[in-house]
Design a protein around this ligand. Structure first.
Ligand SMILES: Nc1ncnc2c1ncn2[C@@H]1O[C@H](COP(=O)(O)OP(=O)(O)OP(=O)(O)O)[C@@H](O)[C@H]1O
Ligand SMILES: [Mg+2]
Length: 246
């Protein structure tokens, strides 16, 4: 079922998660409820350790919640078998990680093609989509290079192209800019925003980087396993358009 504006792409209802280490049980998510609107870049911002990665893992079906419900694109994730969940993630979601998660021996093009072959795309179609996605993130001329030959910012753009090429309805990003300097972080967040706008993808990004706040369509502030506020940020000032010269 496709998400619409009246039908959020992602919903968490009273989600609870605890971890036990030794005899100590600590609750990381406290009956957390949220919805994520389709086609927007939503940022979940909060301090280190407040539960952002745990929440993202639960919303994307990587980890089960202890209690509560998660609905993604109208599917109740808790009611799905492992196999169905894996299929759902492969077909409908893309994931971008802080550490890029690239294979050292594969070129940028091969990294992007790989999940497309798992999805069952023919080789020629996979090549076409991979090239398009790499061009979209500005890496057309560097697609034959290995990760060791790319800068951090370029590596993250390969990871984004890999997620984008799947044409997912849901794109998750966990601290996608925290290993990058300010300029490259800016490029990455601009690309994520453009993906939401141009492809209608629902992009959910978690980060403790305050520089990202102004670039999101919506910001949910998280602290200690709870959502504290929900607001639309003021966008950063656009550079003034140049007057056409006479
Ligand atoms: N598998 C696990 N086993 C035990 N504790 C865990 C596990 N995963 C997370 N935690 C704990 O849950 C809490 C929240 O962790 P989480 O990784 O979700 O935070 P975060 O907001 O993503 O932090 P950061 O900004 O540093 O990435 C931390 O105290 C962490 O130690
Ligand atoms: Mg984290």
């Amino acid at each position: 079922m496709a998400a619409t504006s009246t039908n959020p792409a992602l919903q968490a209802l009273n989600v609870r998660k605890s971890f036990v280490s030794g005899r100590l049980e600590s609750t990381v998510l406290h009956d957390l409820t949220l919805d994520v609107r389709a086609g927007e870049l939503t940022l979940i911002a909060g301090p280190s350790g407040c539960g952002k990665s745990t929440l993202l893992a639960i919303l994307s079906g990587l980890q089960p919640a202890d209690a509560g419900q998660v609905r993604a694109l109208g599917h109740e994730l808790g009611g799905m078998s492992m196999r169905a969940l894996e299929h759902f993630r492969l077909q409908h979601t893309g994931f971008v990680f802080q550490g890029f998660n690239l294979f050292p021996a594969l070129s940028a093009l091969e990294q992007v093609e790989l999940p497309l072959s798992y999805m069952g795309l023919a080789k020629s179609a996979a090549r076409r989509r991979a090239v398009e996605s790499l061009e979209e993130v500005g890496l057309g001329p560097r697609m034959q290079l290995l990760p060791a030959e790319l800068s951090g910012g370029e590596k993250q753009r390969v990871a984004i192209a890999r997620a984008l090429a799947k044409q997912p309805e849901l794109l998750f990003a966990d601290e996608p800019t925290s290993a990058l300097d300010a300029a490259n972080g800016q490029i990455v967040i601009d690309i994520l925003h453009r993906i939401a706008r141009n492809h209608g993808t629902t992009v959910l990004c978690v980060s403790h980087d305050p520089r990202l706040v102004g670039h999101a369509d919506r910001v949910l502030a998280m602290e200690d396993g709870r959502i504290l506020s929900d607001h639309v940020p003021t966008p950063p000032a656009e550079p003034k358009a140049k007057e056409p010269s006479a």
